[in-house]
Write a protein that binds this ligand. Structure first.
Ligand SMILES: NC(=O)c1ccc[n+]([C@@H]2O[C@H](COP(=O)([O-])OP(=O)(O)OC[C@H]3O[C@@H](n4cnc5c(N)ncnc54)[C@H](O)[C@@H]3O)[C@@H](O)[C@H]2O)c1
Length: 412
């Protein structure tokens, strides 16, 4: 599809308007960061406020996202790849990385910061390892390409590792682990991201929320281990939510303007300076910092992508700078080691679940909360989006000239 200059500038103006409108819709909207600029992020969720009876079925979510991306020049195949990824994030309950990101992706295409037609290219390829250039395409398209390559290598060599540069925001790290798991492999993935986290003893954001994921299958899907986590304490969105409610945040989440941990949520939103997983040094926050740096070593340092504070800022002040992110993917064939890993994992999971509890809540396995959310979505026949997200998507669809997302009644 050819996108003319006029359409692009019309879209650009339209999208800016949608963003403006959203600023008004979302009460007390704070700084226009990439995390909160696109529609109703998780930061404005007030899920229990009113009952909602309408849900968005899977195929509609993917159709809407794919139509929107095709409108700005993506091929159907790539648009569906992104659509399926964002749907999966919402399906698993990670709303901050689902459909609401799509608008940010469209904006980056319109601003020519992402090339919707780019195809990843292999730069180096040596037996079990390869390096890929994402050619500034969608992160999900590059990510899927890289993990497929890693899986192919794992089947041949027992392990495959693919790192890439020249990419964009790739969504949830867990998606790529799940890809490998679907073919009975272990999957690992991580990515660098825009600087939002202050390394221990620093007062400046220099590393991203750099998520990591490792997934391995148990003998039933209920026993699958899917760790998928940022290496900061929390996402910025959680502080925005506390700020809107006028509530303090726990010490150890973020630094204030004076470089000391703050409990003032509004100040934390202004500084956008998150603390690493673990928080302060006395609580071993340096371990979260170390993990984020580990991700940078595997992503930016290994591939020559941008890294650390050199990555563009997350907020709108980054102007016209491309992201040039790095990701890393690993697929491992457990049967190349000692067969029986699935049964052993199920044994271990059973032991952990059976531990005496410290309260009323059961011991969970990483992946359980997401499984719980997916069961809810399945029961209800679709995803329950926040009202603001629905309104924003409708506005956005109108501006783009695509069919808005069709909602249906909850099945129960
Ligand atoms: N692409 C990016 O730039 C980027 C950056 C940051 C985060 N993310 C994504 O955002 C999503 C959310 O990240 P997050 O760190 O907020 O996740 P989270 O804190 O909700 O969950 C982290 C992990 O902990 C597990 N978990 C939760 N409660 C548990 C419990 N009681 N016991 C055992 N395990 C438990 C979850 O299953 C998950 O694996 C992830 O999918 C991540 O990949 C992406």
């Amino acid at each position: 599809m050819k996108i003319g200059r006029t359409l692009l500038s019309k879209l650009s103006r339209g999208i800016d308007q949608v963003m403006d409108n959203l600023g008004r819709t979302v009460a007390s909207q704070t700084s226009p960061t990439r995390e909160n600029s696109s529609s109703a992020t998780s930061s404005v969720l007030k899920e229990d406020e009113k009952p909602r009876t309408m849900v968005a079925p899977k195929e509609e979510v993917i159709r809407y996202i794919a139509d929107s991306l095709m409108k700005v020049g993506a091929s159907k195949e790539d648009a569906v790849t992104v659509g399926e990824h964002l749907f999966t994030a919402d399906y698993r309950g990670h709303f901050s990385h689902g459909m609401n990101r799509m608008e940010m992706y469209v904006q980056d295409v319109v601003k020519k910061l992402t090339d919707p037609k780019a195809k990843p290219r292999i730069i180096t390829d040596f037996k079990a390892v390869a390096t890929v250039d994402g050619m500034n395409g969608f992160g999900q398209v590059t990510g899927k390409y890289c993990m497929e390559l890693a899986m192919k290598k794992a089947k041949e060599y027992g392990i495959g590792m693919v790192a890439c540069r020249g990419s964009n925001h790739y969504g949830i790290a867990g998606y790529y682990s799940l890809m490998a798991m679907s073919e009975n492999l272990f999957g690992f993935s991580c990515t660098n991201t825009s600087p939002l986290m202050a390394p221990t003893r620093s007062r400046a954001a220099a590393l991203g929320t750099n998520p990591i994921s490792l997934g391995a299958r148990g003998s039933t899907s209920n026993d699958d281990f899917v760790l998928d986590m940022a290496t900061t304490c929390v996402a910025l969105g959680k502080m925005e939510l506390a700020s809107r409610k006028g509530e303090p945040i726990p010490e150890g989440w973020a630094l204030g303007a004076d470089g000391k941990p703050t409990v003032d949520a509004a100040e934390a939103v202004r500084t956008a300076c998150l603390m690493p997983l673990g928080g302060e040094e006395r609580n071993s926050g340096y371990k979260g910092y170390g993990m984020a740096l580990m991700v940078e070593v595997l992503c930016g340092i290994l591939t020559g992508s941008k890294f650390g504070p050199n990555i563009r800022k997350w907020d709108s002040s980054s102007g016209d700078v491309v992201a040039d992110l790095g990701h890393c993917f690993l697929a491992i064939d457990p049967d190349a080691f000692v067969p029986g890993s699935r049964d052993r994992l199920t044994d271990l999971v059973g032991l952990l679940r059976g531990l005496p509890t410290a309260g009323d809540m059961p011991v969970l396995i990483p992946g359980d909360p997401e499984r719980g959310h997916m069961r809810k979505v399945d029961r209800e026949g679709g995803i329950t989006y926040h009202d603001n997200q629905i309104k924003a998507s409708k506005l956005f669809a109108e501006k783009l000239g695509v069919q808005p997302m069709r909602l249906v009644e909850k099945t129960i």
